[in-house]
Design a protein around this ligand. Structure first.
Ligand code: DQA
Length: 146
């Protein structure tokens, strides 16, 4: 199975910003753990990060039009809470998408409790640090094998 992991705005600073919330593992550390998990399961994985909404939209289009993967993990960062453009991009494609968050967004500020993406995603995982990505892979693999 081929996975695409897309991280959005500010996620490039993971491990360097708000360590009490997001931990001290960098995005590179997290990606290495995801890559090792995928390899151990015979899966492949590609990583993409951008702080620019339109570039994230383009990545979804590319995955859809060029059939580059079987499933997508998406941590949109703060775009989660207000980006209708990203919501429409997810709705437009026929690839299952898991919404992922490092922190437990429901235990944080009110504005983080609302996601405009969840409705068009296959599932949502939050609060387990890098384990949220691993749990999402397990969930997506299970869905796709049915
Ligand atoms: C986040 C949660 C969002 O509310 C926040 O804006 C982020 C990171 C997470 O992974 O916990 O940037 O998506």
């Amino acid at each position: 199975m081929k996975f695409l992991v897309i991280n959005g705005v500010n996620l490039n600073l993971t491990g360097k910003r708000e360590k009490s919330v997001y931990g001290s593992a960098t995005l590179e550390d997290i990606n290495a753990k995801i890559a090792a998990f995928c390899k151990a399961n015979g899966d492949s994985v590609e990583f993409y990060q951008s702080n620019i909404e339109g570039e994230l939209v383009n990545k979804f289009h590319e995955a859809f039009l060029n059939k580059t993967c079987d499933a997508i993990l998406f941590n949109a960062g703060a775009f989660t809470h207000y980006s209708y453009a990203l919501r429409d991009a997810i709705a437009a494609i026929d690839i299952p998408v898991a919404e992922v968050h490092i922190s437990n967004v429901h235990a944080r500020e009110e504005f983080r409790h609302k996601s405009v993406l969840s409705e068009v995603c296959k599932g949502v995982v939050c609060g387990f640090g890098h384990g949220s990505y691993i749990a999402a892979i397990v969930g997506l693999k299970d869905c796709l094998s049915k």
